[in-house]
Design a protein around this ligand. Structure first.
Ligand code: FAD
Length: 405
């Protein structure tokens, strides 16, 4: 039997598809404004928004430069954090051609850095007012094997240069130069995810899990969502479906052009020992390390454009563990306890897709934040909620350019 449910009206009703960190921050701000919110997710446990590095580091936003030799290595299955499946290239050559065009284009980088900094302010407010314990650590390092590179980038990104001795005191070795971003943060994404969910439920969000939601569009509006046997009606709808956004938006004919970029997290127990004194990005390898608590270290890496496959190859795992062994002074004290994967929702031009859906009057889209989806989640939620409340933030009007059909 088909059950019809309507999201109850207060200021208005909003149905959000996708209970990742972006969907939940949209819900958070809308609930605070007095909207009635329903959040739907096909899975109850979360995936990418729990299994990421948890670095809120807008200064390190610029996509790492990728040389032609690295692209060849990525296509041919060589060592390293990046891999590209030739099958994916064949399936969507336009995405990869555009990605090649924009790979080393920094023209819009500053916009994303500024957006990330606004988001960081919102995180500070959020952690201050909501008392969510997400193992927040202030101060993140970017570490390099070249002193010159670290010096050059410290000037460019306005961080403090550190030398080999200071790097050792943080728990890392065989790295010659680094940059400290003293105001940027590391969090434990599993705790942020759980805390956010608890908070939005406390604020009145209704959450439903287990069914893939489908949009039903008629005459320029979303008429309802179907999830399993239910039809869900709301005044406004938000698609925050991460790497599945293209599939969800299919019926609207809007293509956000998202390619999933797989990454892995590994959790290590430490027996209560301090392994590092500051979270860091090993920039030469695309590896992130954070010690969330006395007994938990997280190592994260890989940017793999190979669809939704989630098998971590033994060779890749050995590469990652080999690098960590080389650069972590206390590596031997850690024990691997869990491995996770996630899919970053990436656009070919590195720009997020955040805003009102073209030609559909009650639909909003928030996806494509790729490597920065956690960093940008509060500002994404703020932008979308203010837009729904008919007070669009002028500063972010430029985002319209990237919400294309
Ligand atoms: C290894 C790794 C490291 C990372 N490190 C960082 C980092 O340090 N800092 C940072 O800022 N970002 C990082 N990221 C990126 C970040 O994790 C993602 O960009 C972010 O989590 C995306 O969040 P989201 O809410 O947009 O999507 P998701 O977390 O993917 O959530 C989307 C949800 O929508 C649901 N869904 C999809 N379609 C449907 C449907 N039709 N019906 C119902 N439900 C649906 C899915 O089940 C999913 O739960 C990392 C990612 C990875 C993989």
């Amino acid at each position: 039997m088909t059950k019809n449910t309507k999201v109850a009206h207060g200021k208005g009703s909003v149905a959000i598809i996708g209970a990742g960190v972006n969907g939940m921050f949209c819900a958070y701000y809308l609930l605070k404004m007095g909207y009635r919110v329903k959040v739907l997710d096909k899975v109850a446990d979360g995936l990418t928004s729990k299994n990421n590095a948890g670095l809120l580091t807008p200064s390190l936003t610029p996509a790492p430069k990728i040389s032609t030799s690295e692209v060849i290595k990525a296509l041919t299955g060589g060592d390293g954090p990046i891999s590209i499946s030739p099958l994916r290239v064949a399936a969507d050559p336009i995405w990869f051609l555009k990605a090649a065009k924009y790979a080393n284009d920094e023209s819009r980088t500053q916009k994303i850095i500024d957006m990330g900094k606004d988001s960081l302010k919102l995180y500070t407010e959020f952690f201050g007012s909501e008392k969510i314990n997400a193992d927040v650590k202030k101060g993140v390092a970017a570490l390099y094997s070249s002193t010159e590179e670290a010096r050059r980038l410290s000037k460019k990104y306005h961080g403090k240069f550190i030398g080999e001795k200071s790097i050792r005191s943080l728990g890392y070795t065989e790295l010659q130069g680094g940059i400290i971003f003293k105001d940027e943060l590391s969090i434990n994404p599993i705790k942020l995810f759980a805390g956010l969910r608890e908070k939005i439920i406390e604020l009145g969000a209704r959450m439903e899990f287990g069914d893939e939601a489908k949009l039903y569009v008629r005459g320029g509006s979303v008429e309802c969502i179907r999830a399993g046997a239910k039809k869900i009606y709301a005044d406004k709808y938000i698609a925050t479906a991460g790497s599945w956004s293209g599939r969800l938006l299919g019926p609207t004919k809007i293509n956000p052009h998202i390619e999933p970029a797989r990454g892995f997290s590994m959790l290590f127990s430490t027996g209560g020992r301090k392994i590092i004194s500051a979270p860091a990005l090993l920039e030469d390898y695309g590896i992130a390390i954070a010690q969330h608590s006395a007994n938990l270290v997280r190592i994260t890496s890989f940017f793999e454009l190979q669809g939704m496959d989630h098998d971590l190859k033994k060779k890749k795992e050995e590469w990652l563990l080999g690098i960590i062994k080389k650069h972590l002074i206390n590596y031997a004290k850690m024990k691997l306890i869990k491995k996770y994967y996630g899919f970053r929702p990436c656009t070919p031009n590195n720009m997020p897709v955040i805003g009102a859906a073209p030609e559909i009057d009650n639909l909003f889209i928030a996806t494509g934040q790729c490597r920065l989806g956690v960093t940008l989640a509060p500002i994404t939620g703020k932008i979308i909620s203010e837009m729904i409340d008919r007070r669009p933030i002028k500063k972010y009007m430029w985002l319209r350019e990237f919400v294309k059909n």
